[in-house]
Design a protein around this ligand. Structure first.
Ligand SMILES: Nc1nc2c(c(=O)[nH]1)N[C@H]1C(S)=C(S)[C@@H](COP(=O)(O)OP(=O)(O)OC[C@H]3O[C@@H](n4cnc5c(=O)[nH]c(N)nc54)[C@H](O)[C@@H]3O)O[C@H]1N2
Ligand SMILES: Nc1nc2c(c(=O)[nH]1)N[C@H]1C(S)=C(S)[C@@H](COP(=O)(O)OP(=O)(O)OC[C@H]3O[C@@H](n4cnc5c(=O)[nH]c(N)nc54)[C@H](O)[C@@H]3O)O[C@H]1N2
Ligand code: SF4
Ligand SMILES: [Mo]
Length: 748
C-alpha cells in the first residue's frame, strides 16, 4: 500500500482517519489538518467498509466544523435576548425552568422530541434511551413516525423483532426492484451500503434494475426500467404481484418454508387482488404486473427493496409487509442475493423487546393521546399530535419541550403551526448545534461537539448493513472548551432533572453506571463485576459492552479472538466480517420461532385499501424528494453544498404545467387542505402526470435564526402542505406522500 501512513493524535496537525456521520453509507475519510484547521478531506481508500467512496457532503465536514454560526457555548434567553453562559449556569437555568413545571403539573407536562442525527451517533443513540426510558415522560416524539414506523410495525408483527429489517443483499443480487427509494440522492436508507450507486451499476451489468417510483429519479434514470406508479398504491401493486405468483403456480418458499406460519391465510387474502383489479389504480398494466411476478420468481437471485416512499404514505404498513412477502413467496428470503437480516457487530438498545410486546403481539393502544385520542403503536404516537398537545388547554397540556437533534418546525407536518405554538410553551430546552427554525424558540440551547470533535462508530445502521462491519474513529479535534460536557452527559443531567434532581447536581456517573448495569443484565452479565474492568464510564464503555456481547465479540474473554473496542482501535480502517448470512430462525422473536406471513392486524387493513381503489383519482398529488447535497433540514448552511441552481422547486409534468399556463421557472401557488405555499416550478417529463414533487427541509430565513448561508437561499417549507391527520392508520405514520394538492400560476 505504498508508504506507511502516520496517523496524527487527536488535535494534532497531520493525517486523521475519521468517518462521515451524515448518512448510512458511513464513508471512511482521510482528514488532513494543518495549522489546527481542516486542510482537506478525501475518501480513505484503505477503509475496510467504504474503500474510497465519498460524496460531496463528506467533503464538507470541515465546513460544518468551522461554521461560524455553529453554537459552541451554551446559550440562555433572557427577555428575548440570547446570552452565552457557562455550563453550570446553563444547567441551573434548565432547573429553574423545568422544576416548577414538573412540581405543578407533573412530568406529563413535559415531552421530548429526538431527531434524526441520533441514528448516526453511537453516543447520542445509546444515551437518548436513558432520557426516553428513565425520565418518566409519558409520551415522547420523534421523526420515526414520518419515516420507518410502518417497517418497524411489519417487522414486529412478522418476526417478533421490531428493528429486524430484511435488507436487500445488493452485492449478490441479479435483479433489484427499488420501490420508493432514491439511493442516488439518499445513498441508501435502511440499507447501509458504501457506494450504493456503484453497486447498482454492477447489478445492471450482470442483471437488471427496475425502479418503481412516481418520479424518474436519478436512480430510475440509471436503471433498466422505470415503472411510474400512482403514489400510495404500492400495496395494491404488491398484492397483484403476490396474487400472480399464487395464480400462476410460481410459489417458491425456499429454505424458510418450514419457518413460515400463515401461508394459507396469505393465499386466501390475495385471492381478490388480481393484477387486473389493481392495474388502473396503480397506473401499471396488469400484464406488466404479471411479468414482474414471473421475473422475480424466475431469477435465482432477486430482491424487492422498498423505502421511504413505501412507508411515508397512506398504506405504508401494508406496503412494508407485502415487500417482505413478495421476497418470501418468490424464494428470495434469508438467502444470498435476496432479502437478508444483517448481523450487527454491536447491538443497540433497539434490539431490546418492549415489555408487553414480546412475541410480536399487536398489543397497541396501551395509551392514547389526550387531544386526538391517537393510539400508541410500538411506543410512539404520530408526531403531528405534538402540536395539538401544546395548543389545547386542559389537564395534561404540554408545557415544556426538550428537543435533541431535531428540527420539527421544518421537518414535521404542520411545522408552520408548531412554529407559532412553541413560543407559548413555559419552557423549551434544545440540545443542538445551530440556532435554527426550531431552536430559536428555546430558552436554553446546550450544544454538543461538532462531527469532527466526536468519536465515530457505526450504530443503529449496522442492523441494515450489507457487510458485518465495525470501525472506531477517534475525534479529529479536541473541543474548544475541554471542560464542556459531552452530549451523553447533558442527556443524563436532563434525565435526572425530569426525575427531581436539579440538573447541576445530578450524579452523572451513578446514572451512567446504573444504565450500564441494566444493559449488562440484558446480556446475562453482572454489571458491578464487569464495571471493574473499566477505569471510566461513558459511551466508550457502552460501545465496548455492545461489541463484546454481539456476534463477533469476545464475551469478556470467553472467545479470546473476539472483538473488543481495544482491538477495533488497533484497526483504524475498520474490520469487515463479510456479507450477510442466513439468520432464520435464530433472529425471530416470535414464541414459536415462526415468521408470520399474514398477521391479522395487517389483514384487517385491507378493506381500507379496497376503499382507496374505489376513490376517484386525485387531480394532483404531492410527493417528497431528497437531494444528494442536503440532509433533511440542516446542511443548507454549508456554502460548498449550496452552489448551483435552486433545489427547492416543484417538479411538475409538462402536460400538467401547460394545462395551468405555468412555464419552467414560474412561481406557482400550491395549496392543500393544510395550507398554501408559493414555489418556483421546474417543468419536466421525468415525473408521472398528476404528480408533483417537492424537497423537504427548506423554509429558512426566519427571524432570530443564525444560519447566514441557509437564510440567503431559504426555499419554502413543504410541510406546510402536509396534512396532520393523513396517516398510515395501522402504524400512525404520517402520509407525507400522495397529498392531494392544487397548483396554479402564482398571482393568477
Ligand atoms: N442527501 C441526502 N441523503 C439522505 C437524506 C437527505 O435528506 N439528503 N435523508 C436521510 C433520511 S432521514 C432518510 S429516511 C433516507 C431516505 O432515503 P430514500 O428512501 O432513498 O428517500 P428519497 O430519496 O426521498 O426517495 C424516496 C422516493 O420515493 C418516491 N415516492 C414518493 N411517494 C411514493 C409512493 O407512493 N410510491 C413509490 N413507489 N414511491 C414514492 C419519491 O418520488 C422518491 O423518489 O435518506 C437519508 N439520506
Ligand atoms: N415532507 C417531508 N418531510 C419529511 C420527510 C419527507 O420525506 N418529506 N422525511 C422525514 C424524515 S425521514 C426524517 S428522519 C425527518 C428529520 O427530522 P428531524 O430529525 O427533526 O430534522 P433534521 O433536519 O434532521 O434536524 C436535525 C437537527 O439536529 C441538529 N444536529 C445535527 N447534528 C447534531 C448533533 O450531533 N447533535 C445534536 N444535538 N444536534 C445535531 C441540527 O442542527 C438540526 O436541528 O424529516 C422528516 N420530514
Ligand atoms: S453523506 Fe456522503 S460522504 Fe457522508 S457517509 Fe453519506 S455518502 Fe458518505
Ligand atoms: Mo429519515
Amino acid at each position: 500500500m505504498g508508504t506507511e501512513r502516520v496517523i496524527a493524535e487527536v488535535g494534532e496537525d497531520g493525517l486523521h482517519l475519521h468517518a462521515c456521520s451524515l448518512c448510512e453509507a458511513m464513508c471512511g475519510l482521510e482528514i488532513r489538518v494543518s495549522g489546527g484547521k481542516v486542510a482537506g478531506i478525501r475518501p480513505n481508500k484503505a477503509d475496510a467498509w467504504s474503500a474510497g467512496h465519498i460524496c460531496p457532503k463528506g467533503a464538507s465536514l470541515g465546513a460544518l466544523h468551522e461554521d461560524p454560526d455553529r453554537i459552541r457555548r451554551p446559550m440562555i434567553k433572557v427577555d428575548g435576548q440570547w446570552h452565552e453562559v457557562d455550563w453550570d449556569t446553563a444547567f441551573r437555568r434548565c432547573t429553574e425552568l423545568l422544576a416548577p413545571i414538573i412540581a405543578e403539573h407533573g412530568i406529563g407536562a413535559v415531552a421530548a422530541y429526538t431527531g434524526n442525527p441520533l441514528a448516526h451517533s453511537f453516543s447520542l443513540s445509546r444515551y437518548a434511551a436513558i432520557l426516553l426510558g428513565l425520565s418518566g415522560m409519558p409520551i415522547t416524539y420523534s421523526p420515526g413516525t414520518i419515516d420507518q414506523w410502518p417497517k418497524n410495525l411489519s417487522s414486529h408483527l412478522m418476526y417478533g423483532s421490531w428493528w429486524a429489517f430484511p435488507t436487500p443483499d445488493v452485492q449478490r443480487t441479479d435483479l433489484l426492484v427499488v420501490m420508493g427509494a432514491n439511493p442516488a440522492a439518499s445513498q441508501g436508507s435502511l440499507l447501509a451500503a458504501p457506494d450504493i450507486m456503484g453497486i447498482i451499476g454492477g447489478i445492471r451489468k450482470r442483471g437488471k434494475v427496475i425502479v418503481i417510483d412516481p418520479v424518474r429519479t436519478q436512480t430510475a434514470a440509471k436503471a433498466d426500467e422505470w415503472l411510474p406508479i400512482t403514489p400510495g398504491t404500492d400495496a395494491a401493486l404488491l398484492l397483484g404481484v403476490i396474487h400472480a405468483v399464487f395464480d400462476e403456480g410460481l410459489v417458491n418458499l425456499g429454505q424458510v418454508e418450514q419457518h413460515l406460519d400463515g401461508v394459507g391465510e396469505l393465499c386466501r387474502a390475495v385471492a381478490d387482488w388480481s393484477p387486473e383489479r389493481v392495474c388502473a389504480a396503480t397506473g401499471i398494466d396488469a400484464e406488466r404486473i404479471r411479468a414482474l411476478a414471473r421475473e422475480l420468481a424466475g431469477t435465482p437471485r432477486a430482491v424487492v427493496y422498498g423505502r421511504i416512499g413505501t412507508c411515508n404514505q397512506e398504506f405504508g404498513s401494508l406496503a412494508s409487509w407485502l415487500i417482505d412477502v413478495v421476497n418470501i413467496v418468490t424464494g428470495h428470503f434469508d438467502v444470498p442475493g435476496g432479502a437478508m437480516f444483517a448481523t450487527p457487530t454491536a447491538w443497540t438498545v433497539t434490539s431490546q423487546t418492549i415489555p408487553g410486546l414480546e412475541d410480536g403481539a399487536p398489543n397497541f393502544g396501551r395509551y392514547q393521546t389526550r387531544v386526538r385520542g391517537a393510539k400508541e403503536v410500538l411506543g410512539q404516537v404520530p408526531i403531528s399530535c405534538m402540536l395539538e398537545e401544546i395548543t389545547t388547554p386542559g389537564a395534561g397540556q404540554l408545557k415544556a419541550l426538550i428537543t435533541v437533534a431535531g428540527n420539527p418546525v421544518l421537518s414535521t407536518p404542520g411545522g408552520d403551526k408548531l412554529d407559532k405554538a412553541l413560543p407559548h410553551l413555559d419552557a423549551m430546552i434544545a440540545v443542538d448545534l445551530w440556532l435554527n427554525e426550531t431552536t430559536r424558540h428555546a430558552d436554553v440551547i446546550l450544544p454538543g461537539a461538532s462531527p469532527l470533535e466526536q468519536a465515530h462508530s457505526a450504530d443503529l445502521l449496522l442492523g441494515a448493513a450489507i457487510n458485518s462491519f465495525a470501525r472506531y474513529s477517534p475525534p479529529v479535534f479536541h473541543r474548544e472548551d475541554p471542560a464542556a460536557p459531552e452530549e451523553w452527559e447533558i442527556l443524563i443531567r436532563l434525565t435526572g432533572l425530569c426525575t427531581g434532581t436539579p440538573a447541576e447536581d445530578v450524579d452523572v456517573a451513578a446514572l451512567d453506571d446504573g444504565w450500564f448495569d441494566y444493559l449488562c443484565f440484558t446480556q446475562g452479565l453482572d454489571g458491578a463485576e464487569i464495571r471493574k474492568k473499566y477505569d471510566h464510564g461513558g459511551p466508550e464503555r457502552m460501545l465496548d459492552l455492545t461489541l463484546r456481547t454481539a456476534a463477533f465479540g469476545d464475551r469478556y474473554g470467553e472467545k479470546p479472538d473476539g472483538l473488543t473496542l481495544e482491538k477495533l482501535k488497533a484497526h483504524p480502517d475498520g474490520i469487515n466480517y463479510g456479507p450477510m448470512v442466513p439468520r432464520v430462525p435464530e433472529i425471530l422473536g416470535t414464541a414459536d420461532k415462526k415468521i408470520r406471513v399474514a398477521p391479522q392486524y395487517l389483514l384487517d387493513d385491507l378493506p381500507r385499501l379496497a376503499a382507496r381503489l374505489e376513490r376517484p383519482a386525485d387531480e394532483l398529488v404531492l410527493v417528497s424528494r431528497r437531494h444528494m447535497r442536503s440532509n433533511n433540514s440542516w446542511l443548507h448552511n454549508v456554502g460548498a453544498l449550496m452552489k448551483g441552481r435552486d433545489r427547492c422547486t416543484l417538479l411538475m409534468h409538462s402536460r400538467d404545467a401547460a394545462a395551468r399556463g405555468i412555464a419552467d421557472g414560474d412561481d406557482a401557488e400550491v395549496a392543500s387542505g393544510a395550507g398554501k405555499i408559493v414555489v418556483p416550478v421546474e417543468v419536466t417529463d421525468a415525473i408521472k402526470p398528476g404528480v408533483v414533487s417537492m424537497p423537504h427541509g427548506w423554509g429558512h430565513g426566519q427571524a432570530g435564526t443564525r444560519l447566514g448561508i441557509a437564510n440567503s437561499s431559504p426555499g419554502v417549507n413543504t410541510n406546510i402542505l402536509s396534512l396532520p391527520d393523513f396517516l398510515d392508520e395501522p402504524s400512525g405514520n404520517g402520509a407525507l406522500n400522495g397529498i392531494p394538492v392544487t397548483v396554479s400560476a402564482a398571482g393568477s
